[in-house]
Design a protein around this ligand. Structure first.
Ligand code: PMP
Length: 402
């Protein structure tokens, strides 16, 4: 493993040459050269697709594709690679669970508990299936620390609770709830747990077996990998009991006009020609990540966020919504609209996000219509913090003029 060196790490990201000051890694991380090369080589050198053809190139590709599944399984501490399903991303993975696992089991009067801190991707699919069946989506409110309040959870669970939906890390506050405790409580009522790992996975991939996670989803593009590829992990017995959600090529063993027989798990959930380039790119990202000291890298991005928070706090009206020492920082300035600030910052070449971050219920609970958000990755540096502060001081001065 290579010791973490911020400038050597940074040099591996060619997009930084053109991206200005990139402080939007919570939306998507930049890609290291090795992921770019692997994806490019896939398109320039490989032929055919997977699980369909007998010629040598296609067979090798199938092996590589299934090897990547093993790699993800190992990385998540899953017991078996068949528990890893390729999806387009977190959103599709959660919709798959909602439609394939929950919908057929959901009855009128059943309940789905969803934390108030969730991204829309871990709320809307549950609202959709609840509406289809006359079930109820129950809000698990955040507390003063902006995390879902664990002391409220037992009273929200009952024997009609079918599922608890919770994020590993909020994309607004960076807060990480106590997953182990939430899962234990939900299981005590027989409810299953869907963990949205989209934001958390790059900071700390959880151990599926140790935490007894039922379903876990993440997206490759937030983990230095390509867009359009993601993963659903599921417990074997749950996946085995699920019917396919999407129908099409290669998800079945036999079909005629009276019906079809689905493939075994996981292939029954992977209808159509898959995103093989995405899979090999994600595999390259994981191999590359494992060569770096991830805890040092994580500490570096947290330090940058803390420094930015400290310095921004010197500006008038600053309010932070950050949880703990997260590497992302949502904030606003009282009396100034976030979109005015972000427009001025864009003129200084600062890439950051402003708005509701696909988390409208959380923003409502925080009592704001929107925030700014800077999110740091290990490829950021002190100059990025300086540039942010310079641009912010000038924007605030301009917007505070009477
Ligand atoms: N959950 C969280 C916490 C996220 O931050 C995101 C991405 N913004 C998603 C879910 C959805 O991920 P994707 O758009 O890659 O499906």
């Amino acid at each position: 493993m290579t010791a973490f060196n911020p400038s050597a790490f940074r040099q591996q990201f060619p997009a930084l040459d053109d991206a200005g000051v990139y402080l939007d890694s919570a939306a998507t991380t930049l890609k290291p050269q090795v992921v770019i090369d692997t994806t490019q080589q896939f398109y320039s050198l490989s032929a055919g697709t997977v699980h369909r053809s007998q010629f040598a190139a296609a067979r090798q590709l199938t092996e590589r594709y299934e090897q990547a599944r093993n790699q993800v399984a190992h990385w998540l501490h899953a017991a078996d690679p068949r528990q890893i399903i390729w999806t387009r991303g977190t959103t599709e993975a959660i919709n798959l669970v909602a439609n394939s696992w929950l919908l057929p089991r959901l009855q009128a009067g059943d309940e789905i508990v969803v934390s108030e801190a969730e991204h829309h991707a871990n709320l809307v699919p549950w609202l959709m299936v609840a509406q289809a069946r006359g079930a109820k989506v129950v809000k698990w409110p955040i507390g003063a620390d902006r995390l879902p309040d664990i002391s409220l959870l037992p009273a929200l669970l009952n024997n009609r609770t079918r599922l608890l939906a919770i994020g590993q890390m909020s994309n607004v506050t960076g807060g990480c709830p106590d997953l182990a405790q939430a899962i234990q409580l939900a299981h005590a009522f027989g409810a299953k747990v869907m963990v949205d790992g989209a934001q958390g996975v790059v900071h700390c991939p959880p151990n599926m077996q140790a935490l007894d996670i039922d379903f876990y989803a993440f997206s490759g593009h937030k983990l230095y990998g390509p867009m359009g590829i993601g993963v659903l992990y599921g417990k074997a017995e749950l996946l085995e009991a699920m019917s396919p959600w999407q129908g099409g090529g290669k998800m079945l063993t036999q079909v005629d006009f009276s019906g079809f027989t689905p493939q075994p798990v996981p292939w029954r959930f992977e209808a159509g020609t898959p995103n093989v380039a995405g899979v090999v790119g994600l595999s390259a990202a994981l191999t590359w990540l494992s060569q770096h000291d991830q805890s040092k890298a994580e500490m570096w991005s947290q330090q940058l966020a803390s420094l930015a928070e400290e310095q921004l706090a010197e500006l008038p009206g600053f309010r932070s919504f950050r949880c703990g020492n997260a590497s992302l920082l949502a904030f606003d300035f009282e009396g100034i609209h976030h979109s005015d600030i972000v427009t001025l910052l864009a003129e200084h070449g600062i890439a950051l996000r402003a708005g509701q971050h696909c988390a409208q219920p959380l923003l409502a609970a925080l009592g704001v219509s929107g925030t700014l958000r800077v999110s740091f990755a290990p490829y950021n540096n002190l100059q990025d913090v300086d540039a942010l502060l310079r641009a912010m001081r000038s924007a605030i001065a301009l917007l505070s003029e009477p």
